[in-house]
Design a binder for this molecule. Sequence first.
Ligand SMILES: [Ca+2]
Length: 156
Amino acid sequence: MKALCLLFVAVMAVGCHGCSDGWLDINGVCFYFHQDQSMPWEDAKRFCETSGAVLAKVANAQTLREFYEYILTYGLSGSYWLGASDQSYEGDWLWVADNSRVNKGTPYWAIHNGIFGWAHEPAGGADENCLLLDETRKYYFNDANCNLIHHPICMV
Ligand SMILES: [Ca+2]
């Protein structure tokens, strides 16, 4: 998207407008937080795809930080589905956007207090195979049951 914008500017010598109104622009990647829509993970994935988008990928720590700032700035609530799961192979988390691996640990995943002290999510095993930006975990990553009803974040 960014490269396309730069090319467009270079060739046409006009401004690049980036994301559509209501979309969050992070370095030319556009995100929409659908707070008015709630559904299971598979439906959220399809919901984004039917509009030519994809369920969101958090590509780096800056994206996670900007998501959190956006949520605070606009007073959003609820938890949001992200486009990753370990449904194909337990414990192997992949982004649907490009089939790349989800980074583990800090600064992405929430921590929980288990039998052996503090540990990072994911901890749900085969019952929790979908990636949630979890309101109850200060919007860090958490593995959740895919049938739960949450809001989609779409990405183009
Ligand atoms: Ca799992």
